[in-house]
Design a protein around this ligand. Structure first.
Ligand code: AHR
Length: 537
């Protein structure tokens, strides 16, 4: 039984009061009860947030749990290719549409020697991984992962180790991966079987270096200096690369804010992006409060933008830094289970760690997060759903068995497929509710994109637990548009999940298109739903 601690009484917000907004508390009349709540949205091609960078729909594979071993890689599986990669998993990743994958960590990277992962497999060392208390066999390394990423239709975003290592190892891997030939490391890549460079364009300067759990944890000043020196040398090797500096491990870190400011003071001119990481949970079973967490995300994004610009201003810098939200998701379901796994098998290989099983409400929050990214598309250029397979992932596998989509798969797939082109700034009004951490949470949140072919896609969630809401869209600025489809993700049970045996328990369906009348369209958003409304020229 779900209990709700939030106050779902509604008020209207926005620049005008939504007509017909029914108040559901107090002495409501029968008539009032029957009036459907209403939100409004005006879109115009001139109200643009910015171009959507396709890398906003990235994901993440870490050497952790069954992400690599038992996830993407399982030699002997009936669908495995000659390199041991599961074709059924590659097909699912392609279906999801992931233009870039962050690799190889995560916390793992802060103790990783990249040289261990190249060259003849039989000579690669087995190492203790102090991030996840497992054993890393290095069976899959840079060359194998590059092959996999190509098949999956993804670019690689590669993280270097600035925890236990530094600038020298970082510049060497750029030389290994991206330099054509004629140097020690590039010739070694060729000897190891890759004649052409991997041409990795986006590089993370370490991972969560503000976190005391990180191997080689640093102060903001120490990290800023290390990132600057490593980044400077990496760009000397290949000036075409872009660099991501580590922001705080979360909005809730005690050093958040000052960390960003101080470390950027040391490396602003060298780097191109600042990273943000954020995971949400619902341990108190407060669905309205949980669904409001995208408000925290929006604050977080705007604050980090402000800090980047403050440092830029102080430095009289011409360049602006953008954001790489390179870890985001729901993560809490598996925490207790992981403690038990470690008790039983510390230093094991491919342990089933961080295997969160996602429910319907998690998919709604994932949708709200994607909407928030679109609304901030002018500065959020990269974002990675963490992670991709088995480990806090949209895609699950069974060893020797099937592959299936978790609930969070669907909003990500929809946004990646249809949320391209230019993000539009919607003028929205919606009834709102209050909850523990936030006041005036809009029951309806929405974003929209204008495709290069003139198509318009609206993404909307209805956070109302019980009531459908009419979203009145004003699309007159686009001339003739034809409704293509309205996709809805809804389940009556917020805790519903998908399993291997029942993979479509939570799955999108199509509902009847709403009619466009003189550029105006009323769309019914079912109570608790994620919606994709597609219109074409
Ligand atoms: O994605 C799981 C872990 O979460 C990553 O390794 C780390 O960067 C973060 O704390």
């Amino acid at each position: 039984m779900v209990s709700f601690s939030c106050n779902m009484n509604v008020h209207a917000v926005g620049n005008k009061s939504p007509e017909g907004n029914a108040c559901i508390e107090g002495n409501k009349t029968e008539k009032e009860e029957k009036i459907m709540k209403k939100a409004t949205m005006i879109l115009d091609r001139d109200f643009a947030v910015g171009k959507v960078d396709p890398r906003m729909y990235g994901s993440f594979i870490e050497h952790l749990g069954r992400a690599v071993y038992g996830g993407i890689y399982e030699p002997g599986h009936p669908t495995a290719d000659k390199n041991g990669f599961r074709q059924d998993v590659i097909d699912k990743v392609r279906e999801l549409g992931i233009p870039i994958v962050r690799y190889p960590g995560g916390n793992f990277v802060s103790g990783f020697n990249w040289e261990d992962s190249v060259g003849p497999r039989e000579l690669r060392p087995k190492r203790l991984d102090l991030a996840w208390f497992t054993t890393e066999t290095n069976e899959v390394g840079l060359h194998e992962f590059a092959d996999w990423a190509k098949k999956a239709g993804s670019e690689i975003m590669y993280a270097v180790n600035l925890g236990t290592r530094g600038a020298d190892a970082a510049r060497n891997i750029v030389e290994y991966a991206n330099h054509k030939s004629g140097s020690y490391w590039s010739d070694m890549r060729i000897k190891n079987g890759a004649k052409d460079p991997f041409n990795i364009k986006l590089w993370c300067l370490g991972n969560e270096m503000d976190g005391p759990w990180q191997m080689g944890h640093k102060t903001a000043y120490e990290y800023g200096r290390a990132a600057n020196e490593a980044g400077k040398m990496m760009k000397w090797v290949d000036p075409s690369i872009e660099l991501v500096a580590c922001g705080s491990a979360s909005h809730a870190m005690p050093t958040y804010g000052s960390w960003e400011y101080q470390m950027l003071d040391e490396c602003y001119e060298t780097v191109d992006y600042v990273s943000l990481h954020r995971y949400y949970g619902n341990p108190t079973n407060d669905t309205p409060g949980f669904l409001a967490r995208s408000m925290d995300l929006d604050d977080f994004i705007k604050e980090v933008v402000a800090i980047c610009d403050a440092v830029g201003g102080k430095k009289h810098a011409k360049k602006k830094l953008n954001l790489s939200f390179d870890e985001w998701n729901v993560w809490y379901h598996s925490s207790e289970q992981d403690k038990e796994i470690w008790k039983g098998d510390k230093w094991g290989r491919a342990l089933p760690l961080l295997e969160d099983i996602y429910n319907f409400e998690d998919a709604l929050l994932a949708g709200a997060i994607l909407i928030t990214f679109l609304k901030n598309a002018d500065r959020v250029k990269v974002a990675c759903l963490a992670q991709l397979v088995n480990v806090i992932a949209p895609i699950m596998t069974r060893n020797g068995g099937g592959v299936w989509a978790q609930t969070i798969f669907y909003p990500m797939m929809h946004a990646s497929r249809y949320g391209r082109g230019t993000a539009l700034r919607p003028i929205l009004t919606s009834p709102v509710y209050d909850c523990e951490d936030y006041e005036k949470v809009p029951l309806v949140d929405a974003a929209a994109t204008l495709g290069d072919d003139g198509s318009v896609t609206i993404f909307a969630i209805n956070r109302d637990l019980k009531e459908d809401i009419t979203l009145a869209c004003d699309l007159r600025a686009f001339g003739d548009l034809k409704p293509v489809e309205h996709i809805v993700l809804h389940h009556d049970d917020v805790k519903a999940i998908n399993t291997e045996d029942n993979p479509d328990e939570v799955a999108p369906s199509k509902v009847r298109n709403s009619k466009l009348d003189d550029g105006k369209m009323n769309v019914k958003l079912p109570a608790l739903s994620w919606n994709v409304i597609r219109l074409s020229k």
